[in-house]
Each structure stands twice: as structure tokens, then as C-alpha cells.
Ligand binder design. Structure first.
Ligand SMILES: Cc1cc2nc3c(=O)[nH]c(=O)nc-3n(C[C@H](O)[C@H](O)[C@H](O)COP(=O)(O)OP(=O)(O)OC[C@H]3O[C@@H](n4cnc5c(N)ncnc54)[C@H](O)[C@@H]3O)c2cc1C
Length: 382
């Protein structure tokens, strides 16, 4: 088993690391403070090919794989999580369902713009009344002639309301299965379709430079051809998308955890108390050593999950472990990094304050920590 990166993977990591330091870091605090979407940063990420990383060249991608996406997410989140989650949601939740389940016509219509970063797509699964229990979906779609008529609403949908959002995929109840359970299907709804309303952005604790909205569908009509994949396969589709997405969120969490280490080392050397740098105190050194330990082990967990996924092996349990562990240690590291920064850690001008505010959602989004434990336990036969 070899967890060392190939030359190509190391080069990608370096180029994203440079980009995060030179392009993201100088502007992101202002966007975070003003709650504005960093269009120019996103445009440059598109030019770098980041939105096309795990897709084949035939469809306009970079010919890389999911692990390449994870490496990029880790390096971005080491500096800023709003930009990282924008990429994560755009690729693994936005474009991936079209790539995995779409017809050639749907791929030809949507992928070129999504994979170049020129356009973004959202993934509408969560509803105001149901998140963890995704089978509790209330949104309904009824086939009327050659159109789906959609009614319902979705909550917390990332990338769904930017100026460059082209569409959202929406899970909806389309009937009843023979065993009496809900038949769930996924439907593509282009931005601007009559009856599709995007509410103003939420006021969030963190990820404030990312885009999140509630969506309403009121007799919203789209062509029958906008069904994504087979009718009734919605449940299986989003389980697959979320299993993969957990590895990506784990990578993002590792990036945040490592960013906490970076900032803490810098500050521990600069800041003086009692006539010497605070970093000479073993209490501070041990905090930082523990933070590095956590980031390192969480990284190995997501490398392992990604390796299994790319080898075509079962990876559900390992993805849940990676997401659960990485999000837990991200919160730990953010708390300790803030502590090391003392009062300055509570000031928004310091990156660790952003890390602290951005860390909590990692234990909630794309499956809460409780849901990850349920997945692990189920996979162990419990
Ligand atoms: C900023 C942001 C961005 C998001 N982006 C998207 C997106 O792009 N697309 C999308 O579809 N969703 C998105 N989400 C939604 C997110 O995935 C959900 O919030 C998450 O899955 C939890 O669902 P919920 O909020 O309904 O919590 P609930 O399901 O109501 O859970 C509440 C609490 O109860 C616990 N709980 C629930 N059931 C059990 C159980 N059986 N046993 C033990 N504990 C349980 C949960 O773990 C949690 O602690 C986003 C959320 C946020 C905040």
C-alpha cells in the first residue's frame, strides 16, 4: 500500500496551493465579511480546470479522477471553505449526477458549461421538513402529457442562486412503488423556468461567501425528457452521489484542519507572552502536535476511502468513517487554533475565526455525524 502522491498529483496539489495562497487568500476575507459570492475567484478556478477534474475529456473534463478533486478541495479549504464548498457542490453534487446518470443529450446540453466552471448546478434533496430522512421527500412531480409538473420546496441548496447557476436537479415523489413506498425520481429544472422561485440567500454562521437558498416549485413545468436516469431510481442515485460526496467533504474538512495547524504554528512563533513566544510553552506545542496528528490521520482515512472507490470496491463504510472523523477533528482543530490565538482568534480578521465558524457545518452537511454512525453500524450488520 502506497499513500504517496504521484508526480502529477503532487503538481496539482502545488498549483492549487499556490492559487489558494496568491488568489483566494487576499480577497476572501472581504467576501466573507460582506457575504458576497467570489465570482472572479470562481472564474479563475474554472480556467484552471478545477471544475472538470474528475471527468473524462470526451465530456469536456480534465481526465482526472475523484481523488484529484479531493486534493484540490483540501488545498482550497486550507485557506478558505466557502470557495472549497462551492467547488465541491458544483462538481460532486451539481455536475456528477448528470455525468453518472444523464442521457448523452443531457450531458451534451449541460456538461460543457458545468465542467468549465462557466455555469453552476445545484442538487436539491433536502426539504424544509426533512433532511436526514431523505425518503421523507414531499416534493411531487406528476407527468402531464410530455411535461413534469413539480410542486414543493427544497431547503439549503448550495450554488442554486448565483448569477451563473444554470439548473438544479430535484428529487421528487413521482408515484408509489409496488411495496407501498414512495417512488422517487430526479428531474432537471433549468434556472428561470416559470414556477421555480429562488428565495434570497440565507444568513449563515459560516460559509458566508458561498451561495445557499431555499427553492420553491409551484406548478413548475419541465419537459418529460428532463428526467435524470430511470424513473424511480432517485433514491439509489442520491445514495451514490452522497457516498462519493462524503469523501470530498472529508478532504475539505482535512484542509480546514490543516489550515488551523498552519495558522497556529505561525501565531505561536509571533505572539509573545511572559517575555517569550507562546510556542515555547509545551502546552501550546502539544496542542499543535495533536492538531497535526488529527489532520494526518483524517487525511489517511479519506485517501483510503478514495482509493477503494477508484478501485471499484465497496467504500460506503470507509467514506462515512472519513467524513465522520475528518469533520470531528476539523471542529477540534478550529477550537484549539482559536484558543491559541487568544482574543485575536475571536476577531474576524484572523483566518482561524473563519475556520471556527466554517467548521461546524462539516458535522451536519451531506449527512450529519449521527447519520454517518448509522451508516457505519448498518454496514457492520447491526
Ligand atoms: C450551508 C448548507 C448547505 C447545504 N447544501 C445542501 C445542498 O446543496 N443540497 C441538499 O440537498 N442539502 C443541502 N444541505 C442540507 C444538509 O445536507 C442537511 O441540513 C443535513 O443533511 C441535515 O438535515 P436536517 O437539517 O434536516 O436535519 P434533521 O434531519 O432534521 O436532523 C436534526 C438532528 O437530528 C439528528 N437525527 C435525525 N435522525 C436521527 C436518527 N435516526 N438518529 C439519531 N439522530 C438523528 C440529526 O443527526 C441532527 O442532529 C445544506 C445544509 C447547509 C446548512
Amino acid at each position: 500500500m502506497d499513500f504517496r502522491l504521484t508526480d502529477e498529483q503532487a503538481a496539482l496539489r502545488e498549483s492549487v496551493r499556490d492559487f489558494a495562497r496568491d488568489v483566494v487568500a487576499p480577497v476572501i476575507a472581504e467576501h466573507y465579511e460582506q457575504h458576497t459570492f467570489p465570482y472572479e475567484v470562481i472564474r479563475q478556478m474554472g480556467k484552471m480546470g478545477l471544475f472538470g477534474l474528475p471527468f473524462d475529456e470526451e465530456h469536456g473534463g480534465m481526465g482526472g479522477d475523484y481523488f484529484a478533486l479531493c486534493l484540490a478541495l483540501e488545498e482550497l479549504a486550507r485557506v478558505d471553505s466557502s470557495v472549497a464548498i462551492t467547488l465541491e457542490a458544483a462538481v460532486s453534487l451539481g455536475a456528477m449526477p448528470i455525468y453518472r446518470f444523464g442521457t448523452e443529450e443531457q450531458k451534451a446540453t449541460w456538461l460543457p458549461r458545468l465542467l468549465s466552471g462557466e455555469a453552476l448546478a445545484g442538487f436539491g434533496l433536502t426539504e424544509p421538513g426533512t433532511g436526514s430522512d431523505a425518503a421523507g421527500t414531499q416534493t411531487r412531480a406528476v407527468l402531464d402529457g410530455d411535461e413534469w409538473v413539480i410542486n414543493g420546496s427544497k431547503a439549503f441548496i448550495t450554488n442554486s442562486g448565483t448569477d451563473i447557476t444554470a439548473m438544479v436537479t430535484v428529487t421528487a415523489v413521482t408515484g408509489t412503488n409496488p411495496d407501498g413506498s414512495k417512488e422517487l425520481s430526479t428531474i432537471i429544472v433549468p434556472t428561470g423556468t416559470p414556477g421555480f422561485t429562488v428565495a434570497p440567500g440565507y444568513s449563515k454562521v459560516g460559509w458566508t461567501a458561498s451561495d445557499t437558498h431555499e427553492l420553491t416549485f409551484d406548478d413548475c413545468r419541465v419537459p418529460a425528457a428532463n428526467l435524470l436516469g430511470e424513473r424511480g431510481r432517485g433514491f439509489a442515485q442520491f445514495l451514490r452521489i452522497l457516498d462519493e460526496g462524503r469523501i470530498a467533504i472529508a478532504a475539505l474538512a482535512v484542509g480546514l484542519a490543516q489550515g488551523c495547524v498552519d495558522e497556529s504554528i505561525k501565531y505561536a512563533k509571533e505572539r509573545h507572552a511572559f517575555g517569550r513566544p507562546i510556542g515555547v510553552n509545551q502546552a501550546i506545542q502539544f496542542k499543535i502536535a495533536d492538531m497535526e496528528l488529527k489532520a494526518h490521520t483524517a487525511r489517511l482515512a479519506y485517501y483510503d476511502a478514495a482509493a477503494r472507490m477508484l478501485a471499484g470496491e465497496p467504500f460506503k463504510r470507509q467514506a462515512a468513517i472519513a467524513k465522520l472523523h475528518a469533520s470531528t477533528i476539523a471542529v477540534d482543530n478550529a477550537r484549539e487554533a482559536t484558543q491559541i490565538h487568544g482574543g485575536y482568534g475571536f476577531m474576524n480578521e484572523y483566518p482561524v475565526a473563519r475556520f471556527w465558524r466554517d467548521s461546524k457545518i462539516l458535522e451536519i452537511g451531506e449527512g450529519t455525524s449521527e447519520v454517518q454512525r448509522m451508516i457505519i453500524a448498518r454496514d457492520l450488520g447491526l
